[in-house]
Design a protein around this ligand. Sequence first.
Ligand SMILES: Nc1ncnc2c1ncn2[C@@H]1O[C@H](COP(=O)(O)OP(=O)(O)OP(=O)(O)O)[C@@H](O)[C@H]1O
Length: 409
Amino acid sequence: MAGPSIRTEDLVRRYDPQKRALRLGRFRRGRDRDEAERAQAPVLALAGVSLEVREGELFGLLGPNGAGKTTLIKILSTLLLPTSGRAWVDGLDVTRDVYAVRRRINMVSGGETSGYGILTVRENLWLFSQLYGVPSQEALARIDRLLDVVELAEKAGAKMNRLSTGQRQKLNFARGFVSDPKVLFLDEPTLGLDVGVARRIRAFVRQWVHERPGRTLLLTTHYMAEADELCDRVAIIDRGRVLACDTPSRLKRQVESDTLVRLELAWTPGADAEEAVRAVRGIPEVVRVGSAEDAASGHTRLDLILRNEAAIDPVFRHLAGNGGRVLSFSKAEPTLEDVFLKLVGRRLTEGTPGSPSGTRNGQGTGDLASGSSGATVAGAGEAASSADGEAPGTERDQETARAEGGWPT
Ligand SMILES: Nc1ncnc2c1ncn2[C@@H]1O[C@H](COP(=O)(O)OP(=O)(O)OP(=O)(O)O)[C@@H](O)[C@H]1O
């Protein structure tokens, strides 16, 4: 692998709520104005991020909602200025060489459905390919391939405004690859997609990076399994800070000294098996996995983290001494969730609606909007309004950017 394709140096981004409140007051009335008035403290979305992504790498930013992932991607894709610090993409400064950066990149935001409603699926992809100057034969072949990957071939002749939300999202994903960019930013690419399509997309993403020399892909996700399965390296990010950055396997090795055990117990109906296990020394964490109904019927499943394997013996003895019976037990492999838990002290999926918190291998369902926006068109218009340093992501940013040709709607 070659030198860094993406580099950030002590990147800070603060959102100033006063500016935002003023803007909302100026441009909108009613409910949003109330919301603006409620905003009080500045938000430090990035608190000094220094990262290097190598050319040819599939790099993941893994973090919970609000961690700063989209903010970082917006800065790298020239849609937003940092408050301080510097960033380079393909050796170019993202704040000074805006057009040159845009010619080399593309960006897809999973929660977004960009394109032109009155054009068909194929026409949309053709339009974007031509904006990037892709030669005709190459563009046609690429479009066919991408339609196949996202399973939209049957809808190739359908107008975009006749597509479902998921189908628009697939079209948006295909749009990101149609220019065959040198550096691609994917912000939550599989958000809300059904399992089969998400799997196909992940396979395509992996193949795209590894079969094309010189391509780099930066992906954000709050799905641990996605980061684990796809990425060469992962940065775990929380509250605007990078907490760890390494290959998934080396990150998981950090928690390998702990032993993860799943127990299935026959237990006194209604009694608290979790509490009983907590009483044993050397058990830093116990998580109930089985349901309350299971517990009421005298059947319980627990996940335990043990400081070392030897601690399992006292657990068995304690359970036997309290009328319990171990039906089965298995050792679990550590996941990135365990790394996150160790680094941050809470689960990645905690507080995420639809996510099965409390499961060791649990993964969010991803039905949330990412709140992110934007796709860049190479060489088109001025830098998006966000790049004036004002808070991005508001309607004003999108309106101004549209007017300036900054990104398609
Ligand atoms: N335009 C904005 N104005 C004010 N605060 C913002 C704005 N955009 C983002 N933020 C805040 O900055 C922080 C980081 O947001 P960001 O969207 O970068 O996080 P994220 O990791 O992408 O989250 P998610 O997974 O939910 O998309 C959050 O606290 C968010 O509320």
